[in-house]
Ligand binder design. Structure first.
Ligand SMILES: C[S@@+](CC[C@H](N)C(=O)[O-])C[C@H]1O[C@@H](n2cnc3c(N)ncnc32)[C@H](O)[C@@H]1O
Ligand code: SF4
Length: 397
């Protein structure tokens, strides 16, 4: 267990130090196992387009994020979906046909397919069909789930689908602590589901999926991190990740400094490459600028009206690439109503900023800093950050 833990510490350090945390274990695996000359050539072209700041991309994305649903069965208090906020979108499951259309359009360039953004992916009855189809196209597939819907027979089908990486989001080591954030969930049940997944994997004699236990650290569960980590490795989890929490209420923040890590890093904004590297498709068919975008009004395109080829170099994508390049070169950005302009200008991630205005005296320190930064730009942006922000320290979308 210790060796595994230290290997991941080293991998994370390398990723943080040399790749601004944009390179994870999954990225490396996808590169090794799901490569082709065509993908490799495209990857080089993507970074050529990024480096040159080409507004018209000659390359295609190499990561695709399909939000297979924005429906959820839990009510996590700091998750916009958990709060019942839709961002102006239809709340629905993506159909198999819609997912297939996207996969058909980008499978030759993508290494990695992430099958979630907001919502609980396993509630989509077509989920396994989507995975099975994508697996025929040589793509690495990742999922984050609250693990509530993973019955033992479903676990067998998940394993058989060939899915590569599953993050189970379980923030606690007891009923009491777990259920404080995962409102509507049951710890005993999710733990038994995860055990079933690991046992069935063992019985099938396979090593996939790689299973990560993600533990969001709050004040009420910080005392359980170490014991839960030990237990997780004992039952066969591949990686245990204590994740700094995004909270809107300071009293939820852990007391230990270790897990209060400021995840907001303005430096990272300078390096935004997403309009060249990622394709983000939301459950309602909207094409989002990136996974931080939440509101429908900020979408760059509409899959139900156009195909990938007609969207990838449309006016929105071209404008966002231009803004990113101007920002990177420290030039004055052209005026723009695009969400990327706010994001680059203020360092406040775009999603949901309008969703809720929070009075200054209720902001936690991290959000106060963001508010101050936004105020300094003269933009009046209500500060509402997201769970996607909190996940930024370990992945990018
Ligand atoms: C919005 S969820 C959607 C996927 C799935 N329903 C789940 O919970 O894993 C995407 C990711 O955000 C994480 N997340 C939720 N609330 C968070 C918080 N307050 N701070 C940090 N990450 C959070 C989840 O654990 C998950 O990995
Ligand atoms: S974090 Fe995941 S499980 Fe919790 S409400 Fe949001 S989408 Fe649902």
């Amino acid at each position: 267990m210790n060796t595994r833990k230290y290997v991941f510490h080293v991998v994370n350090w390398v990723s943080r130090t040399f790749f601004a945390s944009r390179l994870s274990f999954a990225h490396v695996q996808a590169f090794i196992h799901n490569n082709s000359w065509r993908k490799l050539f495209n990857l080089v072209r993507v970074h050529w387009d990024v480096w040159r700041g080409n507004v018209e991309a000659g390359s295609k994305p190499y990561i695709c994020i399909l939000e297979v649903t924005n429906v959820c069965n839990l009510k996590c208090p700091f998750c916009l979906t958990g709060k019942g906020i839709s961002g102006g979108r239809e709340v629905r499951h993506m159909t198999f046909e819609e997912a297939k259309q996207v996969i058909d359009d980008v499978y030759d360039s993508i290494y990695l397919l992430q099958l979630y953004t907001w919502g609980e992916p396993l509630l989509n009855k077509d989920f396994l069909r989507i995975v099975e189809y994508a697996k025929t196209k040589n793509i690495y597939i990742m999922l984050s789930t609250n693990a509530t819907a993973m019955t033992p027979s479903y676990c067998d089908r998940l394993i058989a689908s060939g899915i590569d990486y599953i993050t189970v989001a379980i923030d606690g080591g007891s009923d009491e602590t777990y259920e404080k954030y995962r409102v509507g969930g049951n710890y005993t049940k999710v733990l038994s589901n995860v055990r079933a997944l690991l046992e069935r994997r063992e019985a099938a004699g396979v090593t996939h999926p790689f299973v990560e236990w993600q533990f969001i650290v709050f004040r009420h569960n910080e005392h359980e991190v170490e014991s839960t980590e030990a237990m997780a490795y004992e039952i066969g989890i591949n990686k245990f990740t204590p994740l700094p929490a995004y909270t809107e209420d300071e009293s939820w923040l852990p007391q230990g400094e270790k897990y209060r890590e400021a995840v907001f890093n303005p430096e990272r904004l300078k390096n935004c490459e997403r309009p060249w590297t990622h394709l983000n498709v939301r459950a309602d068919g909207g094409i989002a600028s990136c996974c931080y975008e939440f509101a429908k009004k900020d979408d760059f395109g509409e899959l139900r009206e156009d195909r990938f080829a007609g969207i990838w170099n449309n006016a929105f994508f071209r404008e966002s690439r231009k803004l990113i390049f101007q920002h990177r070169k420290k030039r004055k950005m052209d005026p723009s109503s695009l969400i990327c302009h706010q994001c680059l200008e203020t360092g406040v991630r775009p999603s949901y900023v309008e969703v809720e205005d929070v009075p200054e005296d209720q902001l936690n320190p991290r959000r106060k800093r963001k508010a101050a930064k936004a105020a300094a730009t003269g933009l009046n942006i209500p500060v509402q950050v997201s769970v996607a922000d909190a996940g930024e320290s370990r992945r990018a979308g």
